[in-house]
Design a protein around this ligand. Structure first.
Ligand code: UD1
Length: 373
């Protein structure tokens, strides 16, 4: 009989991690996959566009939790997913990334004794002021199996005392999505439609509470973007949190009026990657974009004091940059004074296949005997 797998999708950065695994599970006769959308992200351009671009079907269950405080969002996911999990009793549940829904679902599974695996385990920024860091710690502590993307993930878990048999390095699944969609990304016309020229612009994304929730910080960042835009055009697909705060702080009209900045709505996966692929550099506080730029060999300037993805710095093309240094660092990147980097081990577009092999091995021995697989 096919093993039932619940695959949890919640927010924008989850969808490109879920899609390759969904397609691989769907194609395998020994698995029955059910897709659960918690509804943490719900706007068409934060959710539906990704489902369409990544070939994902309508979810089997939609929990429709929406926005709220951290406790409301986490609690609502737990209450609603518990009902689904008790009805279906999946053989395994897969959670991805580090959003509130990830930790919520892992907690439900742990209490119902449903085996749960965390895809993208072991990442640590060391900064517990970030909600994602709390979600990572909780999820990794209670998941039965931990699929890591890179060697630093294995090392973090070992340092926390996690036994090696709970950890399996499968690589970076997001890059499977890039490879699956690479032809569509190459033929998409978003860059051309925006009047941009290959290699002549930077892509900006920004949504972390630490950068966008405080008026002075966001104002400083806008000042810096304005300076940078005098030397290179910037295209800025703006996250709803950031747009809301720009409006609240009276910055939105100012940004819209800056000549060198194209402020646009959030894009789907294919459109966004079309822009990134041909850009000169990225300026971001996103986790995923640090990895995608390393994969593509493009300079990434990360506006954060830390990163949970150190391989993008030690092996890739990423640097942590203070807002006040942004224009100097952009000048370096534009002049070629930047690490060329390489792709970390197992960032090869074949992670979903390794996840399936791992699941099969776990199912063969049973969840209570994972150390014997
Ligand atoms: C969430 C994740 C973050 C991830 C980010 C990617 C947590 C703690 N945070 O942050 O790790 O990097 O997603 O986008 O899980 N909103 C909309 N439409 C939507 C979704 C959100 O308008 O579809 C607005 C709402 O006003 C909401 C705000 O954005 O209150 C923030 O959304 P929320 O899901 O709470 O957190 P993100 O900042 O998106």
């Amino acid at each position: 009989m096919a093993s039932m797998i619940h695959l949890i999708a919640a927010a924008r950065p989850n969808f490109m991690k879920v899609a390759p695994l969904y397609h691989a599970l769907k194609a395998a006769s020994d698995f029955e996959v059910k897709l659960i959308h918690t509804g943490q992200h719900y706007d068409a351009n934060m959710s539906d566009a990704f489902f369409t671009d990544l070939g994902l079907p309508r979810p089997d269950y939609h929990l429709e939790v929406g926005s709220g405080t951290h406790a409301q969002q986490t609690g609502n996911v737990m209450i609603k997913y518990e009902e689904v999990a008790m009805t279906d009793r999946p053989d395994w549940t897969v959670v991805v990334g580090d959003v509130n829904s990830t930790a919520a679902v892992a907690m439900v599974c742990a209490k119902l004794h449903i085996p749960v695996v965390h895809l993208e385990a072991g990442l640590r920024s060391g900064d517990r002021s970030m909600p994602e860091e709390v979600n990572r710690l909780v999820t990794d502590a209670i998941s039965d199996l931990l699929w890591t993307p890179s060697a630093d993930g294995d090392a973090h878990l070992a340092a926390e005392g996690v036994p090696a048999w709970r950890v399996e390095r499968v690589g970076n699944i997001m890059l499977d999505s890039y490879e699956l969609m690479s032809e569509k990304i190459a033929t998409d016309t978003t860059m051309r439609d925006l009047g941009l020229t290959e290699g002549q612009y930077g892509v900006v994304t920004m949504h972390r509470p630490s950068n966008v929730d405080d008026k002075d910080t966001l104002t400083l960042l806008v000042d810096e973007f304005e300076k940078v835009s005098a030397s290179v055009a910037l295209v800025f697909p703006v996250h709803p949190r950031t747009r809301g705060n720009m409006e609240k702080f009276g910055l939105l009209e100012r940004v819209k009026g800056i000549n060198g900045i194209h402020l646009i709505d959030p894009l789907g996966y294919i459109q966004f990657m079309n822009l990134v692929k041909s850009s000169a550099l990225a300026i971001t506080d996103s986790g995923g974009l640090q990895e995608e730029t390393t994969y593509l060999g493009l300079p990434c300037l990360t506006l954060r004091p830390n990163t949970e993805r150190p391989a993008t710095i030690t092996e890739g093309t990423n640097k942590l940059v203070k807002p006040a240094d942004l224009s100097t660092e952009v000048a370096k990147a534009l002049s070629g004074d930047w690490p060329t980097g390489c792709r970390p081990d197992l960032w090869d577009g074949k992670t979903a296949a390794r996840c399936l092999e791992s699941l099969r091995a776990c199912i063969a021995v049973g969840p209570a005997n994972l150390q014997n697989r």
